[in-house]
Design a protein around this ligand. Structure first.
Ligand code: FAD
Length: 580
């Protein structure tokens, strides 16, 4: 005779079979059967209580970004369901698998305009790759199994809505999850003709570069080797930071606003771009329209999506790059362009280093990142928030491949760092985890420092407080607008954090900074370091490219006067020196 099990318990069993061993959320009446199952199965499925459902989905998104595996969150009917949305969109935009369980009123109350009842499926239609309401208790395990398959297949969000009475019903305990059968990651091999054509184009180019995105995260070794072999300088999307060590002299980081000067310079100078595993959306502003373009992607719909493509290679990044490595002949002598790119990076690094010891009050951000870099473990996970802090983090974190970074990169939702730190710390309790936010992002989610305290998560939360929505303030400056709605009321976030159960510090100068970091180094639970920084705009590297052929000579002159005096040299001048 088949054993019986409550449908909600059976559903959790399926999730466990897929390797899910915890879930973030906040209980509600319409989710009581699943809460009961979470209690029953607490040895195999850990419930992490967050203080806002959005924090739960952002935590799960952050976790999935780092693990590459599905993460789970839940909310109850009505407000709980609505609160899930932001984190679900973050997962969707950054292409990570997530399972969201959503409560619903009991079936006999559905469609009667009952308390907290809403028609949930239409709300999730845009965000989800799978979006179903369970209809019978017996199908609950199968629906969740399918939901997980779909989330993995499409690297997206699966939503399962559960009328709560169904979860209480006893069903046969004989469902077989498909977790062990599920296959992923078999991609076509690159065509030999494409590899030959690509190498011909690279050989003919004067200024060839490698541009990579997060799709190349398993191919760091091949990217570095190809760069070295063919003397092609490298750059990436902001999101792909960490795949190649920041200290590699031929890696320029990113182009755009969340970017570095050598990154912008390199994108603008390239006459051939080997574009690997990226969907970088701002290329039209930086790549030359007539640059040759070789694109490697596993998704045929992405090839040619952002730029005209001369050779498209439908294949996995690692395999395709290895094929290029195997079929290519080494360029023995570093080219002028390669050397100039490295000299430009060295100039940028020197310029940055000039600020790391600054004792300015209110503080500059460089000494803060110096302290972070000095304290960061080799396997540290940095969760960056959205805003000026995204720019600072991408510029000043000194990362290498053992470390990881999360950002709400495409959806760009503020308040992502504290939740992502909760998610990544839960997935990797033995690794050092950071959240690095501005005061705007931090105050959107700071209540969940209490969650970090409840579970004694040793997360180091750094808050860069400038009393402004600085990223938007700079946009208003660029558009010649008056500052409108960007000034924010400050607070003593160190004191707030202490009140919430963390170790809180509010820092105004270098001495206080050092004391706070020394304490963070030995802390066993969460630490919040609120650093009062000057409201200074990060260097607008996207506006610093010098091209006398297209720019007015006065602009060129103005750059030289302003930045050359500080030691920053226009790339054009460096390149001319090498190519003379
Ligand atoms: P995705 O967009 O996820 O693309 C990955 C690609 O790789 C996809 O096409 C996918 O099909 C493919 N792929 C997946 N797996 C493989 C595989 N195995 N092999 C081959 N291909 C694969 N970024 C910048 O660079 N500059 C900026 O100025 C900038 N400004 C930003 C401003 C803010 C406020 C924020 C929050 C973010 C900003 N970003 C910026 C981030 C940016 O918006 C993009 O989200 C990000 O850079 C895109 O990263 P990606 O192309 O690496 O990843």
């Amino acid at each position: 005779m088949v054993e019986k099990i409550n449908a909600s318990d059976a559903m959790l069993k399926v999730m466990e079979a897929w390797g899910i061993d915890h879930i973030f959320g906040l209980p509600g009446g319409s989710f009581d059967s699943t809460m009961n199952a979470l209690h029953n199965r607490q040895k195999t499925m850990r419930y992490i209580q967050v203080r806002h459902e959005e924090v739960g989905t952002l935590a799960a998104a952050g976790e999935a970004k780092v693990t590459g595996k599905i993460a789970a969150a839940f909310g109850s009917a009505g407000p709980g369901a609505v609160h899930l949305l932001n984190g679900l969109y973050d997962a969707k935009y950054d292409n990570v698998p997530m399972l969201a369980l959503v409560g619903q009123v009991a079936t006999n109350m559905m469609n009667t305009d009952y308390f907290q009842e809403m028609n949930e499926n239409p709300m999730f239609a845009d965000v989800a790759v799978y979006n179903r309401t369970v209809m019978t208790a017996a199908q609950m395990p199968a629906v969740v199994d399918q939901a997980i398959q779909q989330a993995y297949k499409h690297n997206g969000v699966a939503v399962v809505t559960i009328p709560t009475d169904l979860g209480w019903q006893a069903i046969d305990d004989n469902f077989e999850p498909t977790a062990n059968l599920f296959q992923q990651g078999h991609y076509p091999l690159p065509r030999t003709t494409d590899i030959t054509d690509a190498l011909k184009l690279i050989k003919a180019a004067k200024h060839p570069i490698i541009y990579f995105g997060q799709g190349a995260k398993a191919a760091g070794q091949q990217i570095g080797a190809l760069s070295e072999k063919l003397k092609m300088p490298m750059m990436s999307s902001a999101l792909a930071k960490g795949i190649i060590a920041d200290q590699n002299p031929a890696y320029m980081v990113s182009a755009g606003r969340v970017a570095t000067k050598p990154g912008v310079d390199l994108a603008k100078a390239a006459d051939l771009i080997l574009f690997v595993g990226s969907n970088y959306e701002f290329g039209a502003y930086f790549f030359k329209p007539d640059a040759k373009f070789i694109q490697i992607d596993i998704d045929a719909t992405k090839i040619g999506h952002r730029h005209h493509v001369d050779v498209g290679i439908l294949a996995d990044a690692k395999t395709a790059l290895q094929a290029l490595l195997d079929a290519s002949q080494a360029v023995e002598t570093p080219t002028d362009f390669y050397q100039a790119a490295m000299a430009n990076k060295a100039n940028w690094e020197d310029w940055k280093a000039g600020f790391t010891e600054s004792d300015q009050v209110p503080m500059r951000v460089e000494p803060v990142f110096k302290a972070i870099n000095e304290m960061a473990n080799d396997d540290a996970i940095f969760n960056l928030d959205v805003g000026n802090v995204s720019i600072d983090g991408v510029r000043f974190l000194d990362m290498h491949p053992g470390q990881k970074m999360t950002l709400s990169a495409w959806y760009a939702t503020m308040g992502c760092a504290v939740p992502a730190a909760i998610g990544t710390q839960t997935a990797f309790p033995d690794r050092q985890v950071w959240s690095i936010s501005g005061d705007g992002g931090f105050t959107m989610v700071m209540q969940d420092i209490i969650t970090q305290a409840k579970y004694q998560m040793p997360i180091i939360n750094v808050v860069l407080s400038n009393d402004s929505f600085g990223f938007i303030e700079a946009e208003q400056d660029d558009k010649g607008q008056p500052h409108s709605g960007v000034a924010i009321q400050g607070a003593d976030y160190g004191a707030v954090a202490t009140a919430l159960g963390a170790q809180g510090f509010t820092v105004h100068n270098l001495t206080e900074l050092k004391t706070a970091f020394a304490a963070a180094k030995i802390a066993k639970g969460p630490v919040v370091i609120d650093v009062k920084i000057a409201n200074e705009r990060p260097l607008p590297v996207e506006q610093l490219v010098i091209d006398p052929e297209t720019q007015d000579p006065q602009a060129v002159e103005a750059f030289i006067k302003k930045y050359h005096a500080q030691g920053l040299i226009p790339f054009r001048a460096i390149l001319e020196q090498y190519e003379a």
